[in-house]
Write a protein that binds this ligand. Structure first.
Ligand SMILES: O=C(NO)N[C@@H](Cc1ccccc1)C(=O)O
Ligand SMILES: [Zn+2]
Length: 308
């Protein structure tokens, strides 16, 4: 039939649906969206990346990833929402249009594709990747402990069966290696790194691997404050913000700390809704409000990046 399948942005979508969506939204919006493959997961699934923005030469870029942790379903929902908003409101939303004309957004809807599939098929509460750990019957590494940033020193486990297992080496996972390689290869353009998790309602920035203040602490703190203030205006959702170590907990090997230390100055971790009532099982009825308020924070941060 000639009826175009309509994507449901207010539902949680399985990986096949998300992959079909990313192919379609790129095909239907060629002047704004291009899809590439970042890499392949442990179980052999493609990890797709969307580049969103008007084509132009030597534009600054902001990298946004979702779906690090498999059970955090509202995270991939937000990445889908971001792309939808970009293609639907380009030309009508002045702020978004200006951003898309002057910045490129790399949007990674699901990094941990194997884990995400596993939460749909087997264990809704799975967090890690699904790689086999030699010498253990336990699967997976915590991708947010697997980066070369104070790796496995604090707030991480060296036991394969733990949910915060740091892996056998930094970037041991195909998924984290692919992401790190992409950022390393595009350091001249990537000025911002936003990694989207749930839940807690927090906006975190380096460092989580120690209590040391980042050299850009004052600026990052101001950017975070402005972002959470913008977020609050829509539905009065309250976020806390600050360095990860003091705001949530000490944890080494995180992607935000790694990105910051390789030179991506504006590096933030979002912890979306809620604060524990539903936790990872946030009802689909809250996807719209969560995504809309998070858009305000992302636009605030992106404008700061564009103007600095
Ligand atoms: O996973 C979640 N929430 O989903 N929280 C992050 C907190 C964090 C953020 C940045 C660096 C290290 C740790 C975690 O990986 O534990
Ligand atoms: Zn997480």
């Amino acid at each position: 039939s000639n009826i175009r399948a309509v994507h449901s942005y207010e539902k949680y979508n399985d990986l096949d649906t998300i992959n079909a969506w990313s192919a379609n939204i790129a095909a239907q919006n060629p002047s704004l969206v291009t899809r590439s493959q970042l890499g392949t997961s442990y179980e052999g699934r493609p990890i797709y990346l969307l580049k969103v923005g008007r084509s132009g030469s030597n534009k600054k870029a902001v990298f946004i990833d979702c779906g690090f942790h498999a059970r955090e379903w509202v995270s991939p929902a937000f990445c889908q929402w971001f792309v939808k908003e970009s293609v639907e409101n380009y030309g009508s939303d002045a702020v978004l249009t200006n951003l898309l004309n002057n910045l490129d957004f790399y949007v990674l809807p699901v990094l941990n594709v194997d884990g995400y599939v596993f939460t749909w098929s087997s264990n809704r509460m799975w967090r890690k990747t699904r790689s086999v750990n030699s010498g253990s019957t336990c699967f997976g590494t915590d991708p947010n402990r697997n980066f070369n940033a104070g790796w496995c020193t604090v707030g991480a486990s060296s036991r394969a069966c733990d949910d915060t297992y740091c892996g056998s080496t930094p970037e041991s996972e195909r998924e984290t290696k692919a992401l790190a390689n992409f950022i390393r290869s595009n350091l001249s353009s990537i000025k911002g790194y936003l990694t989207v998790h749930s839940y807690s309602q927090m906006l975190l920035f380096p460092y989580s691997y120690s209590y040391a203040l980042a050299r850009d602490h004052t600026e990052l703190n101001t950017v975070a404050k402005n972002a959470v203030d913008q977020l609050f205006t829509l539905h009065r959702t309250r976020y806390t913000y600050g360095p990860g170590g003091t705001t949530i907990y000490l944890a080494a090997g995180g992607s935000d700390d790694w990105a910051y230390d390789v030179g991506v100055k504006y590096s933030f971790t979002f912890e979306l809704r809620d604060t524990g009532r539903y936790g990872f099982l946030l009802p689909e009825s809250q996807i719209k409000a969560t995504s809309e308020e998070t858009m305000l924070a992302v636009k605030s941060i992106s404008n700061h990046i564009l103007n600095n």
